[in-house]
Design a protein around this ligand. Structure first.
Ligand code: PEP
Length: 249
């Protein structure tokens, strides 16, 4: 069985003081029992990666970024490359989060290019997919997620363990409306089936659920087949709630 991955997406939150306080709490509260059951990662804003690095290493927490460029270097004002993130101590990078797809117009092709750059620089991309509420209501959830997977999976992923998929229904992100266990189970089984067509070892691809995961619903979600961890937004900004979710792994 895969060790679960519990990853926190801090989004554009906190300041130096807040990062220091949260990292102090994580170092103090993360127990060896939780670390035995789950790999823990945090994805701070890019500017705060260095600020979090020392304490993350102390607590055996991996660092991830929230995005990377789809180019190696050059005249791309404002962008951060996968190589720079690797230099900054990252092991993971989130690509294709629905907020970037929506606010930055990121296409599946862009997400794929970013994931390929991540792999080329020995980062594990956490590739986000998920349908909107209108798409689910129209019965298109699997078609949408299937298309996203088909068009966003990197060509240079040689084995399943090179990537992580995060299923994040858009309507569940930051809304408090968690997907039902039945819906999560069905979609994760569907994603696993799609991955089986691409990888010889699909069982090595971790498929995370994300969308209003909280201490109250984490145990049920993390116990479902093919749910190999969680991508946590709001609840990752407090050590108590983030680690309480991780302890359910
Ligand atoms: C996310 O943005 O990846 C996320 C899952 O957010 P939340 O947990 O706040 O729904």
């Amino acid at each position: 069985m895969l060790k679960k991955l519990i990853a926190g997406n801090w989004k554009m939150n906190l300041d130096y003081q807040g990062v220091d306080a949260l990292m102090d709490d994580l170092v103090e509260q993360l127990s060896p029992e939780t670390l035995e059951r789950a790999d823990i990662a945090i994805c701070p804003p890019a500017l705060y990666l260095s600020r979090a690095l020392e304490r993350a290493q102390q607590a055996e927490i991996s660092l991830g970024a929230q995005d990377c460029a789809d180019q190696d270097n050059g005249a791309y004002t404002g962008q951060v490359s996968a190589a720079m993130l690797a230099d900054a101590g990252c092991s993971y990078v989130i690509v294709g989060h629905s907020e970037r797809r929506e606010y930055n117009g990121e296409s599946n092709a862009a997400v794929k290019a970013k994931a390929q750059k991540a792999i080329a620089h020995v980062l594990t991309p956490i590739i986000c997919v998920g349908e909107s509420d209108a798409q689910r209501a129209a019965g298109q959830a699997e078609a949408v997620v299937g298309q996203q997977l088909k068009e966003s999976l990197p060509d240079n992923a040689e084995q399943g363990s090179d990537i992580v998929i995060a299923y994040e229904p858009v309507w569940a992100i930051g809304t408090g409306n968690v997907a039902s266990e039945d819906d999560v189970q069905a979609m994760h089984a569907f994603i696993y089936k799609q991955l089986s067509e691409r990888f010889d070892d699909p069982e090595n691809v971790r498929i995370l659920y994300g969308g209003s995961m909280k201490p109250e619903n984490a145990a049920g979600l993390l116990a479902l087949p093919h749910v190999d961890g969680g991508l946590i937004g709001g609840a990752s900004l407090k050590a108590e709630s983030f680690l309480s979710i991780a302890s359910c792994a």
